[in-house]
Design a protein around this ligand. Structure first.
Ligand code: AMP
Length: 195
């Protein structure tokens, strides 16, 4: 399963909750990058300048990182990817990985929220956590990339009939209730998460 949403939509928080509900690992590419930046690894040093500017880390770097993570033992029976794919080239790359493992995506969940709400939330988060990519110019750039590139990713999955949209406006608990309601309905349909 994938979770896709604009910056500030709460996808990281919801991903953790879904991961517990479904019993599959949540993989956040943003978290992996941030851990590498903190650890000053070669990957982190390469990613940092892009992240601080609110740009996408190049596909060549990101794709390899995801491929390596998906080769680990804990995700052989399923996973939830948070923050990947963000470009249509990444969609193609993920398709290749999945074909290679004889697997398919069951569901793509898109969290929606309007831009001004997202900017307000992210500025609040910047004050609390001091994330270096949470200042207004960078936030707006990240939103522009979402609209300019990641919405095309969403459209691809919509075309495949595996997209579910959930309203991400409101409190975290309210959004979780909506997400769990949607998942609960889908779990009753054996074809969705069945293999
Ligand atoms: P996130 O925590 O998901 O908002 O990601 C934080 C930052 O990590 C993004 O602004 C990008 O710089 C980088 N990043 C995360 N996922 C990707 C991806 N799939 N492709 C390129 N860059 C990414």
């Amino acid at each position: 399963m994938l979770i896709i949403g604009p910056p500030g939509s709460g996808k990281g928080t919801q991903a953790e909750r879904i991961s517990e509900r479904l019993g599959v690992a949540a993989i956040s590419t943003g978290d992996i990058f941030r851990a590498n930046v903190k650890g000053e690894t070669p990957l982190g040093i390469e990613a940092r300048e892009y992240m601080d500017a609110g740009d996408f880390v190049p596909d060549s770097v990101t794709n390899k990182m995801v491929r390596d993570r998906l080769n680990e033992a804990d995700v052989q029976d399923g996973f939830l990817l948070d923050g990947y794919p963000r470009t249509t080239a990444q969609v193609d790359y993920l398709d290749g990985i999945l074909v290679g493992r004889g697997d398919k995506l069951d569901l793509v969940l898109q969290l929606t929220a309007d831009d001004e709400e997202l900017v307000a939330r992210l500025l609040g988060r910047a004050r609390e956590t001091g994330r270096s990519d949470d200042n207004e110019a960078v936030i707006r750039h990240r939103l522009d990339l979402y609209h300019g590139q990641t919405e095309a990713v969403v459209a691809k999955y919509a075309g495949r009939g595996i997209l579910a949209r959930v309203d991400g406006m409101g409190g975290v608990g309210e959004v979780t209730d909506r997400v769990m309601g949607m998942l609960g309905d889908l779990l009753k349909v054996p074809a969705v998460f069945g293999r």
